[in-house]
Design a protein around this ligand. Structure first.
Ligand SMILES: Nc1ncnc2c1ncn2[C@@H]1O[C@H](COP(=O)(O)OP(=O)(O)OP(=O)(O)O)[C@@H](O)[C@H]1O
Length: 629
């Protein structure tokens, strides 16, 4: 086990249990139930109606069945008193005396069959509805996540919330059947209560009082489970991460060669054991107290039962009444118990809904204006940075500051500078993945924020240095640059030609239809440079007026790099481009070069001008050139 981590892992044993939220908080979580029901309703009206109606019908069946049972017993007692029936079974149908009993039996049979059928169909409706709801909520989650800012994704709290929301979408399946079950049980309870009120109203009160401790206990432990769950979300996300690192194609190479498996497995075991211990404590206490509280409820039931038995002996009730009352009380007790515990479970689950709904409430800040300015067909003035400064959320240091320069229309601009100088940050600001904290960025004289966000991004083709290797086909891997043109084979082939990915694809057994990566069956992995050529092709898929390539050639061999740039220069005539590179062979091909240092611009000029100025650029260039001599 790593000592690094030892301090961070909480010892489940010594950690005090999380404070459960107050009863009021738990009850206010119920406010999430109406919106939840509304989304169920929107998911499928017909299934929702069917489910409710079936349960309504099902709800009154138990009392009806018990009552018919009582009538049967009374009828049998009556027949016995009248001297009984002495013929064989065959005479049943012919004997007029038995007609009534026969009808009652048939009725109870029909009720029993209906109860079973209704229950099954209702359960089926619930299951279908739940799956539909889970699917549509997952889609909504994805859509909402897609609308959020990059900043939100870099926030660990949001990741935690998203994680809980995701898990809850699957877990929420319980809530619907629980709520509907609650409704059904309530109606059944009312129907029993009406029947029992006639006989012994105060016994119902006795039952209710006996169930209060059980209810309170459930509420308490549900809140505690939620609190444990809430507190351990980061660790559970870490578990997922460890599982992924320990067993994925991307990481296997490094994990094996560094011999990291033992470390990962130990870390996983240690973390999961801590989570287990926290859960176990709640489970133990829940089981212990639950047992005590249920016994109190049972005592209430038997007290009521004894009373009814006593009054039957006294002659107040018939035998039929006794069976009806005893069974009704038993059912009522079970129903009340499940209603009360169910209620506290619903309240508990409503707390999880909080995560889902609060995730949906997060709003992106980088938005399109209400009346966006039309995007120019071609850039005239270019893009001007005016004293732009930006600090990452939560960071104290400015990532970039006082950036003032103009990227002229049709110009190829290179950004150079040491690691962490702020080059990528500049590109993120340019494509409005972030908005500046200071200064402004003008596109043809107007702030970026005045243009439609989707249009802006459509006109700027950015390939980041940590571009994604999609486990899609080669063709789709290029098409992601403009996914609307996914079926436009000619366009895809053209983009591949420009980035010299065509030669890579020609060597693949299935050409453009080849699945890439080792994630799916028949996938083929590419070399780093080959992947990069594919990624560069994405930029050419767009009708971008501005191409931004962040270290586009870092993995390319010298010949490929030269070729990529030759084509780039030929084909990008009239378009602007920003190229970030640490390779001076690439940089020197740019029209102008911006040298960045500690988040600021230290020099601007052409390769020759900057060499002549003998400043930071000249120094960096010399360093690299010396390496080749
Ligand atoms: N998402 C982020 N959150 C917080 N700080 C960040 C984030 N991304 C970058 N930074 C910080 O901002 C500064 C500028 O980073 P940036 O990625 O722009 O550098 P760069 O010049 O592109 O570096 P490199 O040559 O290594 O790619 C760095 O100090 C970095 O640590």
């Amino acid at each position: 086990m790593s000592r690094h981590y030892a301090g961070r892992v909480r010892s489940g044993r010594n950690e005090p249990l999380p404070e459960p939220s107050t009863l009021r908080e738990r009850l206010t979580a119920l406010r999430n139930v109406p919106p939840f029901l509304l989304s169920i309703w929107r998911t499928s009206r017909w299934l929702a109606i069917a489910s409710v109606v079936l349960r309504l019908l099902r709800a009154v069946l138990p009392v009806a069945t018990l009552y018919v049972g009582k009538l049967i017993i009374d009828e049998v007692t009556h027949l016995l008193r009248a001297g009984g029936v002495h013929e064989g079974v065959a005479a049943w149908f012919g004997n007029g005396m038995l007609h009534h009993l026969w009808m009652l039996l048939a009725l109870e049979f029909t009720l029993a069959v209906s109860a079973d059928l209704l229950g099954r169909v209702a359960a089926m409706c619930d299951a279908l509805l739940t799956e539909l709801y889970s699917n549509s909520t997952s889609v909504r989650l994805m859509e909402h996540a897609a609308s959020l800012d990059l900043e939100d994704f870099e926030d660990a709290d949001l990741q935690d919330r998203l994680d809980r929301a995701r898990r809850q979408v699957a877990g929420r399946s319980m809530l619907l059947s629980q709520l509907l079950g609650q409704m059904q049980d309530s109606i059944t309870i009312v129907s029993f209560a009406v029947g029992l009120l006639v006989y012994a109203p105060w016994l119902i009160v006795l039952l209710l009082v006996a169930l209060v401790p059980s209810f309170a206990g459930e509420m308490h432990f549900n809140a505690q489970s939620y609190a444990v769950n809430f507190q351990w979300t980061p660790e559970r996300r870490e578990l997922d991460y460890l599982r992924m690192v320990g067993a994925s194609a991307q990481t296997a190479k490094e994990v094996k060669s560094f011999g990291l498996n033992r470390f990962l497995i130990d870390r996983y075991a240690e973390l999961s054991q801590s989570i287990y211990r926290a859960n176990r404590r709640v489970a133990f206490r829940r089981a212990g107290w639950g047992g005590v509280f249920t016994t109190i409820g049972t005592i209430g039931y038997y007290a009521a039962y004894a009373m009814v038995a006593f009054r039957t002996v006294r002659g107040d009730f018939s035998i039929g009444d006794l069976t009806f009352l005893a069974a009704s009380f038993r059912r009522l007790r079970n129903l009340l118990e499940s209603l009360l515990t169910g209620f506290s479970q619903v309240a508990g689950q409503a707390m999880y809904l909080d995560d889902l709904f609060s995730f949906f409430r997060i709003q992106p800040e980088i938005l399109s204006p209400a009346n966006p300015r039309p995007f120019p067909a071609s850039l005239r003035e270019g893009i001007a940075f005016e004293d732009v400064g930006f600090r990452y959320p939560g960071a104290e240091r400015w990532a970039v500051r006082h950036l003032t320069f103009t990227l002229r229309a049709g110009e190829v601009l290179a950004l150079v500078g040491e690691n962490g100088a702020g080059k990528t940050t500049l590109v993120k600001l340019l494509s409005r993945l972030y908005d500046p904290d200071e200064g402004r960025i003008l596109l043809d004289g107007h702030p970026l924020a005045e243009y439609d966000l989707a249009q802006l991004r459509a006109h700027i083709g950015v390939i980041f240095q940590d571009y994604v290797r999609y486990y899609f086909t080669a063709s789709d891997n290029i098409a992601v640059g403009r996914i609307e043109a996914r079926d436009d084979d000619a366009r895809i082939a053209d983009a591949a030609r420009r980035s010299i990915a065509d030669a890579v694809i020609a060597r693949l057994p299935k050409g453009y239809a080849q699945m890439l990566g080792k994630f799916f069956k028949e996938g083929i992995d590419l070399s780093g440079g080959e992947w990069q050529k594919i990624a560069i092709a994405r930029a050419y898929m767009r009708d971008a007026q501005l191409l931004v390539l962040d270290e586009p050639t870092s993995a390319l061999d010298a010949r490929s790099e030269f070729e990529v740039f030759q084509r780039f220069k030929e084909l990008s005539s009239g378009r602007s481009a920003v190229i970030i590179s640490h390779r001076f062979s690439t940089v020197r091909m740019a029209d102008r070069i911006i040298v960045m240092r500690h988040g600021q611009i230290s020099e601007i000029g052409s390769h020759e001008q900057l060499l002549a100025a003998d400043g930071h650029y000249a120094e960096l260039f010399e360093l690299q050139a010396a390496g080749y001599r």
